[in-house]
Design a protein around this ligand. Structure first.
Ligand SMILES: [Zn+2]
Length: 504
């Protein structure tokens, strides 16, 4: 099989063919072969399937300059290994040789956007996110072979999203050597005392505009507090979880695929469902009129997306209303068979405890999620704002079902039901601090991107939405406003304090 693949690649992979011809024509050893990172702008409509031309692979003599992203091939002479940049157009085909077995181009920096109306090239560059979102699209009557690679497809998506993020972070990092920020008063003092602009300002700042960065998340938390300050405690905290068994997802799968092979579909369906759910809540007012709302989409490691939705109502939820919004009981299979089936398949915890001591929630013989919960005859609104929901016992008309646990029948009653429509914990974890001055490095260390998140972000779906808008006011001490300056214009910036937001 390896032999067959080799023959195939030799016949069809343009890179392999070019190496061979180029090597055959060179007789001495004092040369390098360069695969150009960017195609020379040609102005024609050639894209990923263009025929090989000689200037894609260049041969240069030792000592000649090559662009930093080019791939340099040398005769085996004990030279060092060379890193292939993700932004090299051959990165995709070299990393995934069988996915792109003809040596097709991946993203490179010189692809121009095309005006869809006229088909003419514009002077805007295609970003790597645009490029890979385009590649992942499902098209009518076109078989997109990328969507058929299952686990490899997952790896490809994560890899390409990391490329997108690296591109953005590199922009931040490389432009900060020029662009610096500090509070105005510090700049003025520094110019006055040292007169040297080279050492002022923090080294590398990861700004709040980078989605998902610590500053960005901190702003969300602050914005949520603004709602709390104005409207009091929130009324409903809803966790909305993506269910891979939704028919909207399974109906779109190709033969032999499972939902985890197609995170592009799960991401799209989940996105659409959030929009519908928020409409249902906000516009159709199923729980009553909503004063303000926000939601954030998160991913657990290896997992599917879930959204945390926070709702503030005009009329606060009263204790006698709670039972109609939140339940921790098995619903009536006669009156609502659909809800009954959803709850009994998705909203039962465990069972753990003595019936199933190997359950992942068990630690030192106890369930860390505190199941089974005690029976409660009627909902009690707690003093701390967390009510105890009604969980009726079988003697008190509570329902129960029979479940199979490790091949044995187990009776599950209302003590095992997870609250549906409410549930509230958010986990955060910190990482070590390698370089206090490099926030970009801190952000990248320990960053984990799941395939679902990668696709979500490649499709540029939002990870946070809210209403009403929160406007950030630049509150600061006198002369404490932030100024942006470069080494060259620092002295000039320090002369006069910049204008500030006037809101008093
Ligand atoms: Zn448990």
């Amino acid at each position: 099989m390896i032999g067959q693949l080799q023959i195939f690649l030799h016949e069809h992979n343009q890179l392999v063919r070019m190496f061979k011809t180029t090597l055959d024509t060179m007789h001495s050893d004092d040369h390098k072969i360069i695969i150009r990172a960017d195609k020379r702008p040609s102005g024609s409509l050639e894209r990923q399937f263009n025929a090989p031309t000689i200037n894609e692979v260049a041969v240069v003599i030792f000592g000649e300059n090559v662009a930093s992203r080019d791939i340099v091939l040398k005769r085996r002479d004990g030279g060092q290994l060379q890193r292939v940049y993700e932004t090299h157009r051959s990165y995709d085909t070299l990393q995934y040789p069988l996915m792109f077995c003809r040596g097709e181009d991946g993203y490179h920096l010189n692809i121009k956007m095309v005006n869809p109306m006229t088909g003419e090239e514009t002077n805007k560059n295609v970003s790597s996110m645009n490029f890979y979102a385009y590649r992942l699209m499902i098209r009518q009557d076109v078989d997109n072979h990328l969507l058929r690679y299952r686990r490899l497809f997952q790896q490809y998506c994560v890899d390409m999203y990391v490329e997108v993020e690296t591109e953005r972070l590199n922009f931040i990092r490389f432009n900060q050597s020029k662009l610096r920020s500090d509070e105005y008063i510090h700049l003025r003092d520094a110019i006055a005392t040292e007169g040297d602009a080279a050492n002022i300002g923090r080294l590398t700042i990861l700004p709040a505009t980078h989605i998902g960065s610590p500053r960005h998340m901190h702003e969300y938390a602050q914005d949520a507090m603004t709602y709390v300050r104005n409207y009091g405690r929130l009324d409903l905290f809803i966790t909305f979880t993506c269910n891979p068994k939704w028919p909207e997802i399974t109906n779109q799968l190709l033969t032999g695929q499972t939902p985890s092979d197609r995170h592009d579909i799960t991401a799209r369906v989940f996105k659409q469902k959030i929009v519908v759910l928020m409409n249902y809540i906000v516009k159709q007012k199923v729980f009553g009129a909503i004063r303000c709302w926000m939601y954030s989409v998160e991913w657990q490691k290896r997992g599917l997306a879930h959204a945390h939705i926070l709702l503030w109502m005009f009329d606060k939820v009263r204790p006698d209303h709670i039972d109609s919004i939140i339940s921790v009981e098995i619903p009536d299979p006669e009156t609502d068979p659909e809800l009954h089936s959803v709850v009994t398949t998705n909203m039962i915890h465990g069972p753990c405890g003595t019936q199933n001591p190997g359950s992942p929630c068990m630690q030192n013989g106890n369930c860390i999620k505190r199941f089974p919960r005690p029976f409660v005859a009627d909902t009690i609104s707690g003093i701390d704002g967390y009510p105890l929901y009604r969980r009726r016992s079988p003697d008190d008309n509570g329902r129960s079902i029979i479940m199979k646990v490790k091949g044995k029948d187990v009776v599950v009653d209302n003590r095992w039901i997870v609250p549906y429509l409410t549930m509230g914990y958010v986990a955060m974890f910190g990482i070590a601090d390698p370089n206090a001055n490099d926030e970009v490095m801190k952000f990248q260390l320990g960053r984990y991107v799941s395939c679902n998140e990668a696709i979500w972000r490649l499709f540029s779906f939002t990870i946070h939405e809210r209403h009403p808008t929160v406007v950030h006011l630049a509150v600061h001490l006198e002369n404490g406003q932030r100024v942006y300056f470069t080494e060259a214009n620092a002295a000039q910036r320090a002369e006069r304090p910049p204008a500030t937001t006037n809101f008093f």
